[in-house]
Design a protein around this ligand. Structure first.
Ligand code: AMP
Length: 555
């Protein structure tokens, strides 16, 4: 397929706001794509993704490289390009303008295809080390050289993972279902198991519902993790469950461990591999766990028998160099609480059966443990376990339905969590403001948004300026600087990439933000760099918390 066809289609989508119409248009477009590889790429590209989330490859192209490539094709300098972004609104539109002014030498003689874009992306993401920056700029210059103005707009947005089409995973799921005559729920399940909507679309096209139903969990392909809902109280949780499997809620970081007898892969909650950062854990898993399994658990950092704050685990996960030093500094333990695969998929078995399998595949050691579990119908017993967990330095309890299957990617009523502190929100950082005086080189406040899962849009809910130490601000400024896409006075806009956990005094209704809500006195707690943008809290969650606090006040 010509990349131009894709770009022109995106332009049409950009003008549509109705979810139904977007779904219908995308379905019709997908249906017409003959080539499998094109279909795979187009599904990802419309979502602004180059690779599925768990793929270890990434483009590693920031705005800086795009400026240089655009300067090469147009002769326009970076400062001027920045001005254009301010006038036009985004780098995509600026790229479109700039390609209109292409120098003769870079005028295209060949038409850009989706395949060519994909191959160039693959080459860019394979580059590392010395000379890679230069080569990346060359490859990008080549792409812009072949691109017509409208292609340049969407090429740029694709590289920045921000298509601005208002198409989220929900719309894409429905469009795939509609294009290939299957049910959105079947598509959803296949997606949660494979984490690859491109692949799901190809199977839907070739093999229909049957093919999707037959898609199975595979070792070394991460599965979306099952998630928990908040319980309002012990009583409410036990009314819901009647009989529950109660476990401690460990305050660490979620991991999914795949072990086939040759290789262990450890995926973080974002489904990124953190295997290389955890060599001692990998060795211990090989020693203690029977192969051909996928296990679900929580890694915690422990010193002198007490859990260390959760950020330490993330420090371990992030570490790329001198990993050995960190192994001693931050000792880890993993507490497994579920099994997704053992010589075959186990997700449809009830929790009690999965628990038996879990106990049969793990020989516990100092570092590898099975989370303690009590089956009870007694509220008092749940409260006792809760206090025990808090006394041991953990977060609270998980109250699980003993008969429930493992539902990948689902935040449902089968798992309820009860924590000690008021619920915080995990929000996407979409903009910020430079500080004043001494702090003028630092970003000093950050705009926060929640996710609208249907459209994929980010809806602002407030601005956080307290809770940061000076070190935080310095680090965050470095982190966010490369993500700035536009600036107006002191205000800047970022490519949405990071999530902050924030506390607040209350949620108010407010016409000020497009979400319709505003946080009162938000306070920064931490950077949740284990969470992806699409894992941030949703507008529904904000609405629910708003209603919950309202009811509490009335009591
Ligand atoms: P939250 O991140 O607040 O939505 O809480 C859910 C998280 O608690 C899960 O994603 C796990 O990382 C963590 N967790 C800790 N202990 C358990 C447990 N026993 N069962 C399930 N999840 C747990």
């Amino acid at each position: 397929m010509l990349f131009k066809e894709f770009a022109e289609f995106c332009e049409k989508l950009e003008k549509i706001s109705s979810t139904l119409e977007l779904t219908a248009r995308i379905a019709a477009f997908l249906k017409e794509i003959g080539d499998e590889r094109d279909l795979y790429d187009i599904v990802l590209f419309i979502l602004g993704k180059v690779y599925p989330p768990w793929d270890e490859r990434e483009l590693g192209v920031g705005v800086g490289l795009i400026y240089e490539a655009l300067e090469n094709v147009s002769g326009v300098k970076k400062t001027k390009i920045e001005e254009m972004i301010r006038d036009l609104g985004d780098l995509g539109l600026a790229a479109e303008e700039l390609t209109k002014r292409k120098k003769m030498a870079t005028l295209a003689f060949e038409e850009l295809t989706v395949k060519k874009v994909r191959e160039t992306f693959d080459e860019i993401s394979s580059l590392t080390g010395e000379g890679s920056r230069k080569r990346k700029i060359m490859l990008l210059t080549g792409l812009y050289g072949l691109a017509s103005p409208i292609e340049a707009r969407y090429l740029t947005r694709l590289i920045l993972n921000e298509m601005r089409l208002g198409v989220g995973e929900g719309i894409m799921r429905d469009a795939i279902a509609r294009a290939f005559g299957t049910d959105p729920e079947i598509v959803e399940r296949a997606y949660m198991i494979t984490n690859d909507l491109g692949k799901v679309a190809v199977v839907a096209k070739n093999e229909g519902s049957e093919g999707l139903r037959n898609m199975r969990v595979q070792i070394h392909v991460p599965v979306r993790m099952m998630l928990a809902q908040v319980a309002e109280s012990f009583e409410q949780a036990m009314n819901e469950m009647k009989v529950a499997a109660v476990e401690w809620k460990f305050d660490g970081s979620r991991v999914q461990v795949h072990w086939d007898g040759k290789k262990v892969t450890v995926y973080s909650r974002r489904l990124e591999s953190v295997t290389n950062a955890l060599p001692e854990m990998v060795d211990e898993i090989k020693r203690c766990v029977k192969p051909n399994v996928i296990l679900d658990g929580e890694v915690i950092a422990v010193k002198d028998g007490r859990p260390m704050p959760f950020q330490h685990v993330l420090r371990r996960f992030r570490r790329k160099h001198d990993v050995g030093k960190m192994v001693e500094k931050i000792p880890l333990e993993v507490h497994f609480f579920d099994v997704i695969y053992s010589e075959g998929e186990t997700i449809d078995l009830p929790l009690t059966e999965r628990r038996k399998i879990l106990e049969s595949v793990i020989k516990e050691s100092e570092k590898v443990k099975i989370a303690m579990q009590t089956i009870t119908d007694d509220v008092k017993e749940v409260e006792r376990i809760y206090r025990q967990a808090i006394d041991a330095g953990h977060e609270g309890v998980m109250i699980k339905n003993p008969n429930s299957p493992y539902i990948p990617g689902k935040r449902g009523k089968h798992w309820l969590k009860l924590k000690a502190i008021m619920e915080t929100l995990d929000l996407v950082v979409v903009g910020g403001e430079w500080g004043e005086g001494k702090r003028s080189h630092w970003l000093s406040s950050f705009e926060l948004a929640c996710v609208d899962t249907t459209t994929g849009n980010l809806l602002k809910v407030g601005k956080v300026a307290t809770g940061f130490t000076e070190d935080d601000l310095e680090e965050l400024t470095e982190l966010f600087k490369p993500l700035i896409v536009s600036q107006e006075g002191k205000r800047v806009e970022f490519i949405p990439k990071y999530v902050f956990e924030v506390a607040y005094q209350e949620i108010q209704k407010s016409p000020k933000y497009e979400s319709g809500y505003a946080l009162r006195f938000p306070r920064f707690i931490r950077l949740r760099d284990d969470k992806d943008v699409d894992e941030a809290d949703t507008i529904e969650r904000v609405e629910n918390l708003y209603k919950m606090q309202f009811e509490l006040k009335r009591q």
